[in-house]
Design a protein around this ligand. Structure first.
Ligand SMILES: [Fe+2]
Ligand SMILES: [Fe+2]
Length: 270
């Protein structure tokens, strides 16, 4: 069994310090095998915001896989934005080459892809190199391991949701992801959390489960939505997604949940 805490869109600089402290305690209590942080660690990619984000990450005992978001590249410093967009992110945040990241154990293989770009500031994009990275990376992973891709910008839209803006080249990327046998896609950016069937989707003939996270600690909540994060349990051939929403009087509480079974390479609701 593997437990993943999926947090996103922290936006240090526009965050609630009390909720950030509570999230550290919450993660410590839940004791996940892996924490996935799907981007937008800062509000404006400022030095002091990255320092706060780093201090937050240093308080988490578990392994953390992190990818940058569009808010983690400079907006106003055009030289840095176009020529070294990840300079500050990589100076302060432990991460892989080019903002991509990787975690694996015998039950899990998780590839984080940097979709944040200086040129397409808000929308993000998957590069052709990243599509080959997806195919290469999962080629040697045993069939028994859960395969997961993490991006800041969503690559697929949840069924039943109003269409949201996806990362550039997402159709091509989705083909590479399906070919690589990926089971789950985790993303953030839209500050709209997963909510059982309403916010998770099975795509490509039910082969892939899409999970979006809300904003965990930022005050930039959308349409009055609470702060939230996702708890993802992967147990044998079963996956469950639980959205934990912040309640000022009782902390993070499970509000929505959905459960899926993996049968012959397809995820089916249970
Ligand atoms: Fe965000
Ligand atoms: Fe974003």
């Amino acid at each position: 069994m593997r437990l993943i805490a999926h947090i996103s869109d922290l936006h240090f600089g526009r965050h609630d310090p009390g909720i950030a402290d509570a999230l550290v305690d919450e993660i410590s209590d839940k004791h996940p095998d892996l924490v996935v942080l799907s981007g937008d660690l800062t509000q404006r990619a400022r030095m002091n915001e990255f320092v706060q984000a780093r201090r937050f990450l240093d308080r988490i005992a578990q392994p953390v896989l992190v990818v940058p978001g569009n808010h983690d590249i400079p907006l106003y410093n055009l030289a840095h934005r176009f020529f070294s967009p990840l300079r500050k992110f990589q100076r302060h945040i432990p991460s892989g080459i080019g903002g991509n990241d990787w975690y694996s154990d015998h039950e899990l293989a998780v590839l984080g892809l940097n979709t944040a770009r200086g040129l397409t500031f808000k929308s993000g994009r998957v590069s052709l190199n990243q599509m080959s990275l997806i195919r290469r990376t999962f080629a040697h992973i045993p069939d028994t391991a859960w395969r997961i891709v993490v991006t800041h910008h969503p690559i697929a839209s949840p069924r039943g949701e109003a269409r949201i803006e996806l990362a550039g080249r997402s159709v091509l990327a989705l083909r590479a992801i399906a070919d690589a046998g990926v089971h789950l896609l985790l993303s953030g950016h839209h500050h709209h959390p997963v909510s059982g069937h309403a916010s998770t989707e099975l795509v490509l003939n039910n082969a892939i489960l899409v999970v979006h996270a809300g904003t965990a600690v930022s005050t930039r909540t959308r349409d009055g939505e609470e702060n939230s994060y996702n708890l993802i349990r992967l147990d044998g051939a079963h996956a469950s997604v639980e959205t934990m929403k912040w309640r000022p009087d009782s902390g993070f509480q499970p509000i929505d949940g959905a459960r899926y079974g993996l049968r012959a390479g397809h995820m089916e609701p249970e």
